[in-house]
Design a protein around this ligand. Sequence first.
Ligand code: PLP
Length: 456
Amino acid sequence: MVEKIKFQLDEKDIPTTWYNIVADLPDAKDATVLDPATGAALGRDDLLHVMPKELAEQETSTEREFEIPEPVRQLYAQWRPSPLFRARRLEKALGTPARIYYKYEGVAPTGSHKPNTGIPQAYYNKLAGKTGLVTETGAGQWGSAAALSTAMFGMTAKVFMVKVSFEQKPYRRALMESFGATCIPSPSIETAAGRAILAEDPDSPGSLGIATSEALEVAMQNPELGYCLGSAANHVLAHQTVIGQEALLQMAMADDYPDIVVGCSGGGSNLAGLSFPFLGEQLRGGKKVRVIAVEPAACPTLTKGQIAYDYSDTGRLGPLFRMHTLGHKFVPPAVHAGGLRAHGIGPLITRVLEEELIEATAVGQLECFEAGVQFARSEGILPAPESTHAIRGAIDEAIRCREEGQSRAILFGLSGHGHFDLSAYDKYFAGQLTDEIADEAILQQAAASIPEVTLL
Ligand SMILES: *Cc1c(COP(=O)(O)O)cnc(C)c1O
């Protein structure tokens, strides 16, 4: 008999609402977003010049659920519900009594979870009369999702891509262009923010913070364009909760429930998307889960950053966010190929870490690629380098189960496939990747860029 390994839902099971964990958390003591000029807290109305009213509402709301518009659910149906797998072959390879499950977002048209938020952001911007979107991208996953999403609504897309990634991943640009988007390596000469960086350092490898400044600048100068973002914001994290809501149903189909949920952590959106619905159950009196955020040692935002008000962009055009941050001037070492390069994290991830609802750990890139290859050789899916952090975390927990003779259920987020990241695997196999960690001097220097904020 063929053993069951896939737990699959139907179109009718696509969630009808996004989940907002804020409703189930204790009230926040401090404001999340501040105006850098005045130190005043920013609310819904202050966001209306940068995002459509529905997104501004979701960004600041304390309601538990937001209704998903039917046109968005219909587009979700192109790839959702995504499958949940039982990793039986990986379990055998590890000789572990653990039950390992993964929720696979690589079935989305651009290969990751990012279109889960790209589609609604394009939809609301279209409703608001925008003809196109402008945004930034690190490894290219979000840029591809923005390109796909705008194409679905007949809009344009302009994507500033971190230069080092642009050079490492030329096919990402081709994918974006296939959807009709324009992709520009950042820092670029197109914006004042980019030109300022290039004047200081013509060889700048770029960073997500710099690319964000460039995108914000273009959006501010072109009122027909909307700015959109691929991670970290509260509304983005909410959109991603379709992942965890489906996983709740699929774990029930498997007649199981996770003891441990593991996710890789960049800006925090796939981690939140998978774990928040489970944490919501726990916060409302349901079963407790251990949630583990796994980040790269080369960009240790949660484990080495401080909780502070900081900019998400290097050019300091945006507001201040209360979050774990390494400082907006932080640039990860260029040798780091595993993605997850953001200096700051979604403010809601900071909240749940402070509330001790999740744990965080940092891992080296070599042990991540090793885990990714082990996963590929047993499960047959080549993971995105970002996702290998979650795999590393899940494998380590499964090994612990073996050592302790305990069978626990481990659910991890396989946030994407690695078909566009073959050059990173190539470098790994050629022995060209090192375990470079962010050194103390660089961390201290970057931390000095966190502004002194006088609260109102
Ligand atoms: C963008 C991306 C990430 C990191 O972003 P989060 O907001 O932390 O989820 C992780 N995995 C993949 C495949 C990505 O494309």
